[in-house]
Design a binder for this molecule. Structure first.
Ligand code: FES
Length: 284
């Protein structure tokens, strides 16, 4: 079953990839001048994806609509349907912000998720429009809600896949630990140039070092958002900006200053030891 479902979803990549590329272009242009609003929708201020929090409401409310329709409570079903549509629109607005910063296969899967959700939303809106006319026979709007609900569940499944299989909006450092012990740090050329991001190896981890006078700031090189290389980024206002989607982390402690990332970046202490450069996780 699992393999069948994965094949079914992957089979949609043929249309989902180009459609996703197209959406990525206009959504990026739309959000570029309004980044603070996008951060708000991503959940950078909350440290949690807003879309994930909001998406529970429509699924619960629309489940109630189906139950009320089937049991024959038309007035209550209609009120719940209005609430379900409104909560679905709210979840979609937040989801669009996350969708803008997907890449590769995750973007194709997110496109499939978004398309299914739009199809189900249209079914719910049409059903509501028919109900508003007060028809004696409610079979068409009820069937529309049931069809929309099935599509909604399929869209929810694909959305879950996007998170659990592709790690979309998941903290890339969730399992990263660090001891208090100082470990050897391999710095290319044994020097850290002023203001320029420099890659360095700390065991299996890659760090990015930025010298600021006598201070050397060190963060993990892999961006907490989607794994972009911070060593390829730009230093701006005491932060490093990720080259992939523009998240900014404070050099001094890895604190997140701008999304779409939701989590702080692991930071490290660096010193010149007896045998060369050494580093350890800050606060370990
Ligand atoms: S990978 Fe997305 S902002 Fe860094």
């Amino acid at each position: 079953m699992a393999h069948f479902l994965e094949r079914l979803m992957a089979a949609q990549d043929g249309w989902a990839r180009p459609f996703g590329e197209f959406n990525h272009r206009w959504l990026s242009a739309l959000f570029r001048p309004i980044r603070p609003l996008k951060d708000l929708l991503n959940g950078t201020w909350l440290g949690h994806p807003v879309h994930a929090a909001l998406s529970d409401a429509p699924i619960g409310i629309l489940t109630v609509v189906v139950v009320l329709d089937v049991l024959g409570y038309p007035a209550a079903a209609d009120v719940a349907l209005v609430l379900g549509i409104l909560s679905m629109i709210a979840a979609a607005v937040a989801g669009v912000a996350d969708y803008t910063d997907t890449d590769g296969r995750a973007r194709a899967r997110a496109t499939l998720h978004a398309t299914l959700m739009v199809v189900s939303l249209v079914a719910f809106i049409v059903s509501l429009a028919i109900r508003a006319d007060g028809p004696a026979d409610r079979s068409v709007p009820v069937v529309l809600v049931i069809v929309g609900y099935v599509v909604l569940l399929a869209g929810g499944f694909v959305g879950g896949d996007l998170v659990f299989r592709f790690g979309n909006m998941v903290d890339r450092h969730a399992w990263r630990t660090g001891g208090a012990k100082w470990l050897p740090l391999e710095v290319p050329g044994d020097d850290v140039p002023e203001g320029s991001p420099t890659k360095a190896k700390l065991g299996a981890n890659t760090l990015v070092l930025i010298r600021s006078g006598d201070t050397i700031h060190a963060l993990h090189d892999q961006c907490a958002h989607a794994g972009g290389p911070l060593s390829g980024g730009t230093v701006i206002d005491g932060c490093i900006e990720c080259p992939w989607h523009g998240s900014r982390f404070r050099l001094a402690d890895g604190r997140l200053r701008r999304g779409p990332a939701l989590y702080d970046q692991p930071s490290y202490e660096v010193r010149r030891g007896e045998h060369g450069w050494e580093a350890r996780r800050a606060g370990a």
